[in-house]
Design a protein. Structure first.
Length: 83
């Protein structure tokens, strides 16, 4: 599919290229960006990798797609369901 091709071509532009010192923590703006991203993409399952790979591709946050996916599953989704 074209999404797969886009992701493959953008691999050199991934968050792995960002300079890091220690662990990069999520902030409130990034948590809100994750929630808005899921809300704007209702037809893509939030548990799959496709949604999160695309988020990394567009630079939604400073984090890898795996990190965004984990943050969504373990924190943001639960927080948004409670409020």
């Amino acid at each position: 599919s074209s999404l797969f091709f886009e992701l493959k071509m953008a691999a050199s532009l991934s968050s792995a290229d960002w300079p890091r010192v220690g662990r990069l923590r999520f902030n409130e703006d990034e948590d809100e960006a994750l929630a808005q991203w899921v809300a704007q993409n209702p037809v893509v399952p939030d548990q799959g990798s496709k949604l999160w790979r695309k988020a990394e591709l567009i630079g939604l946050t400073r984090h890898s797609w795996q990190s965004m996916h984990n943050r969504w599953r373990r924190y943001v989704r639960r927080l948004k369901c409670v409020t």
